[in-house]
Ligand binder design. Sequence first.
Ligand SMILES: [Mg+2]
Length: 228
Amino acid sequence: MSRPVIFDLFHTLIHGADEERDRVVGEMAVMVGVVPAELVAAYHATWRDRLVRWDVEETIRILAGRLGSTPTNEQVTRAGEHRRALGRRVLDSVSTATLDVLDALRGEGHPLALISNASSDTAEPWPQSPLAGRFDIAIFSCDVGLAKPDPAIYHLAAERLGVRPAECVFVGDGADGELAGAAAVGMTVFRTTEHNDTDPGWGGPAFATLGDLPAILREPSKVMEPAE
Ligand SMILES: [Mg+2]
């Protein structure tokens, strides 16, 4: 059987929109009456809470409150919608080349999964994105309260795919220690540098173009079932 392939999202399938993210948070700050640079800093400082606990509106309320503002429901809703619009734009920016790679892998029988450390502004618009229909399962940290590199999130993906972790291939840029996390549960790991050279110290195989992946997975040494 073709091995299941589990992808990271940001800097693996799509760009990370890091600068645009800060700009949008700065604009949200104006909407809720706080200093833009302070809200941007507060977003960066609370990434962990945003990944596994707070939804879009909670984040705005909590952080604005910490910065001395009590925004109205209407202000919070408006700022939240601004943030969600960014999430939709980033998901919709996926390249045709990447979609073609996913289609090629599916055509060769690889089940596809996503494990993303992402906040709810990404998870909510996912089902409407051009990526969603190509994946058998998608796991977002904000939905399951777990984030990479926690072994539990990789085990959850394998369980939902109906396979053992060791049967899976994991592909990511390497943020948050995700490559080591995947290797620790026995997955075969590939690092991609197509969008960002995030984890240059990773000693395992890497490729610069996602388009190389289908051929790599056809190599007998790579597709061989790992030992029990
Ligand atoms: Mg990434």
